[in-house]
Design a protein around this ligand. Structure first.
Ligand code: NAD
Length: 419
């Protein structure tokens, strides 16, 4: 088996870069990405995902970490860890293109004894059903489980979360055999001080990840549905949650927009597989539907409360707080709904350069300019600048506090609408 571990991380995004950086404290790591732009930014120490600081990245690049977009440079590696995207198509079907492409690249490089690990979120069975046949299509006719070996370790990092970081969280690993489990346990123990849990097999590890996100989606969908009921009852969901959460076993989920590339996407991987297995994924898809309807529900409420052609300041276009990620952000659906109804909507987000997509320069906003301010994503920046923001409202203007951050702050002395 592998004596000296030479590890390649393929796909240097939100997941792959912190992984490559973390492992480089203990191993020689080569990070590979097909994006020329991403690689050239990283080589200068710039991580646009903001997950790894410039100083840290530069110091790793001066030590054990190499970054490249030439796959020949990873040919000497004997452990390949793939962290490529697993998005969905327009019809909410799994889109395996990036995963298949990375397998084709690894297949060209495979040697006897190599280990190939996947961290991308997939449905149970995908590693063995989709990745293995592509990997086995190699010039040396190497077979999975005989000549090279598969592993799967789901990723749990939560971008923007500085508490549950990659070096502290518990890690689930799985392997095709005991030897792979042993190697992966050793490798991942160097990454985290958290526990290493060896799942029964690869399918179990795959299932464990995708159900974590589906469970979250369904729980959020439940409170979103309750938010709609509360709205009809003319009570605040946040007041209800404050009361309910005094019970010891009440689950603390909050209503809101579910965007991004994980919670709003992964359940579709699970429902796809479920349908193939002739199990109707009623609960999973009903949660998805409820959450997908929330942007328009919120947009309609904003539209109802404002006069025709209102001036609106829309704060927060990333998919969640304190990250620069706009993938599948639900803010855009609300913005587009409001613009179609002839409101004049100005956008701002502290994580996106205001020049990039025509955002307004926060420093240049004048007081008493807007009929409505939609606080869609309560980045820390907005919470810290609230006294400034409320002055941007015209007298009688409304703050649409989507996530209920200020609903009970009477001293704000402005009209607030919340879910
Ligand atoms: N971001 C998260 O919060 C998170 C958390 C847990 C799990 N995941 C899962 O991890 C996987 C990666 O997500 P991400 O957010 O890091 O994606 P990302 O888009 O941030 O990064 C993926 C990187 O892979 C590169 N890439 C694409 N195809 C490639 C190929 N064939 N070879 C090499 N590089 C390639 C892209 O250029 C990109 O830089 C997904 O399956 C996702 O569901 C993500």
């Amino acid at each position: 088996m592998i004596k000296e571990k030479k590890i390649a991380v393929l796909g240097l995004g939100y997941v792959g870069l912190p992984l490559a950086v973390g492992l480089s404290s203990s191993y020689k790591i080569i990070g590979f990405d097909i994006s020329l732009e991403r690689v050239s930014q990283l080589l200068k120490g710039n991580d646009k995902t903001l997950e790894v600081k410039k100083e840290k990245l530069k110091s790793c690049l001066n030590k054990n970490l190499k970054i490249t977009n030439d796959f020949n440079k990873i040919s000497e590696c004997n452990i390949f860890i793939a962290t490529v995207p697993t998005p969905i198509t327009k019809n909410n079907q799994p889109d395996f293109k990036p995963l298949k492409n990375v397998c084709k690249i690894i297949a060209k490089l495979l040697k006897k004894g190599d280990i190939v690990v996947f961290e991308s979120t997939v449905y149970p069975g995908a590693t063995e059903e989709i990745c293995a046949p592509i990997l086995e299509n190699n010039k040396n006719k190497l077979k999975s489980g005989r000549d090279f070996f598969l592993g799967y370790s789901p990723e749990r990092v939560n971008p923007g979360d500085r508490t549950h970081t990659i070096d502290k969280i518990n890690k689930v690993i799985s392997g095709e055999n005991k030897l792979v489990e042993k190697v992966l346990k050793e490798v991942y123990s160097k990454l985290t001080v958290g526990k290493i849990f060896i799942a029964k097999n690869i399918k179990v590890a795959e299932a464990s990840k995708v159900i974590e996100n589906a469970q979250r989606d369904i729980n959020i969908a439940f409170v979103n549905e309750i938010a709609k009921i509360c709205n009809k009852l003319d009570i605040s969901i946040f007041d209800v949650l404050d009361a309910s959460s005094t019970k010891w076993n009440f689950l603390p989920f909050q209503p809101g927009l579910v965007g991004g590339h994980c919670i709003g996407v992964d359940p579709y991987y699970l429902s796809y597989k479920s349908t193939k297995l002739n199990v109707d994924p009623k609960v999973i898809l009903s949660g998805r539907k409820t959450n997908d309807e929330m942007p328009i529900f919120i947009a309609k409420k904003i539209n109802e409360k404002l006069k025709k052609g209102s001036k609106i300041l829309f704060l927060g276009i990333t998919f969640k707080e304190d990250v620069p990620d706009i993938r599948n952000s639900k803010s855009f659906e609300i913005i587009s709904f409001l613009r179609k109804r002839n409101h004049k909507v100005e956008l701002h987000d502290p994580f996106i350069s205001f020049k990039e997509i025509g955002l307004i320069d926060f420093k240049k906003i004048t007081n008493f300019s807007f009929d409505g301010i939609v606080l869609a994503v309560p980045h820390k920046f907005y919470l810290q600048n609230l006294s400034k923001i409320k002055k941007f409202l015209k007298p009688n203007g409304i703050l649409f506090d989507v996530k209920g951050k200020f609903i009970n702050k009477k001293k704000l002395d402005i009209k607030i609408w919340s879910l």
